[in-house]
Design a protein around this ligand. Structure first.
Ligand SMILES: [Zn+2]
Length: 190
């Protein structure tokens, strides 16, 4: 079956206002993502340490509303590790995510220093009691950054080169080669 496409049609130079379906042949492109999956124990010492820092950063999050505690740890090109955690606010949009708190803090502390890696970990109290072992509170599957955090990280990647992404889960860790791999067709040219 020929793929269906939707085309916007302009009238008299006005804002596109009408949708029509048509089945004429059209060039197609695909975008694929290849990433590595392993267990925490299979990582090298540097990556395990960065994930440990992200996990510790979750303890410094302020998440009274979502109960979802996220930590991010950045490995800077100068060897420093910068961490961040989600900081919520009663006026919800005033808060920010762990990834953005980390990368903005890094840029403020080390202007011009590239970020080489980011590790992200998260846990929630929603499904666990305070008596649970800490490790069991962490997400089994990795979580990935929200759209605005991807955009924010992408800005530094565009400036300084690829940022490897380590997404921690108790069951498995995802390793992505760059932030841009998480955000194809991104807004990077302006
Ligand atoms: Zn975010």
């Amino acid at each position: 079956m020929a793929p269906k496409h939707i085309k916007y049609v302009e009238r008299d130079g006005c804002v596109p206002s009408e949708l029509i379906n048509f089945t004429t042949p059209m060039k197609q492109k695909s975008i694929s993502l290849i990433y590595n999956v392993c267990e925490y124990s299979e990582l090298n010492e540097q990556d395990r340490h960065l994930i440990d820092e992200a996990k510790q950063a979750t303890q410094r999050s302020y998440a009274p509303y979502s109960k979802f505690h996220v930590g991010a740890a950045l490995l800077m090109d100068n060897g420093e590790i910068v961490t961040g955690s989600n900081q919520e606010n009663a006026a919800f949009s005033s808060g920010t995510c762990a990834e953005r708190s980390a990368c903005f803090y890094a840029a403020a502390q080390y202007p011009g220093v590239p970020i080489r890696k980011i590790a992200i970990a998260a846990w929630t109290r929603l499904h666990h009691s305070a008596e649970d072992a800490d490790e069991l509170c962490f997400q089994g599957k990795p979580i990935s950054p929200c759209g605005p955090c991807r955009q924010a990280l992408l800005e530094y990647e565009a400036l300084y080169g690829p940022i490897e992404v380590l997404l921690y889960g108790r069951d498995e860790v995802y390793i992505l080669p760059s932030v841009s791999s998480l955000m194809p067709l991104s807004f990077t040219e302006f």
